[in-house]
Design a protein around this ligand. Sequence first.
Ligand SMILES: Cc1cc2nc3c(=O)[nH]c(=O)nc-3n(C[C@H](O)[C@H](O)[C@H](O)COP(=O)(O)O)c2cc1C
Length: 180
Amino acid sequence: MAKIGLFFGSNTGKTRKVAKSIKKRFDDETMADAINVNKSSADDVAQYQFLIFGTSTLGEGLLPGLSADCENESWEEFLPQLEGVDFTGKTVALFGLGDQVGYSENFLDAMGALYQFVVERGAKVVGATSTEGFEFDSSEAVVDGKFVGLALDLDNQSGLTDERVNNWLKQIAPEFGLSV
Ligand SMILES: Cc1cc2nc3c(=O)[nH]c(=O)nc-3n(C[C@H](O)[C@H](O)[C@H](O)COP(=O)(O)O)c2cc1C
């Protein structure tokens, strides 16, 4: 089994694309293939000590899922399935996609929701990043002045994505025992 599990929720496929690009950098022993949460079970998640969760934010500050008018179920429907999973001893890194111009009041809120969920269940969350380089009014993904994970905006700053992903993977590498 791979050391790190990589799970994402996505509506139009942008978060899936980023998840796949992350997986591509590592061999199969290090990282499992990126899996859409609508094809995952709680047991799939529970088996990993090291996890990466990715999400977009939809609606106004919502997790992807039916309430946000997604065609398919996603994080909104998957989180209740994870309620019984004990995250104590697990290390989790989060990445989020949003639109700081169109949704400045709710930028990346869904990443904040994932953060709250796993922290409440005992996870150690790594990979917080600076808000520098972003302009927005409000975000539930900001805790103690930093984003709780990797912040990406493919709608307005797609040219910065590779660099942001690279820097973040370098940042979390020691926590995940990775060489990047
Ligand atoms: C209907 C709609 C609502 C959105 N709401 C938010 C939001 O509340 N906050 C935010 O940061 N981004 C919001 N976005 C931007 C998306 O998160 C962004 O386009 C993201 O890259 C989509 O990724 P996905 O294709 O993986 O779902 C919204 C986009 C759409 C189309």
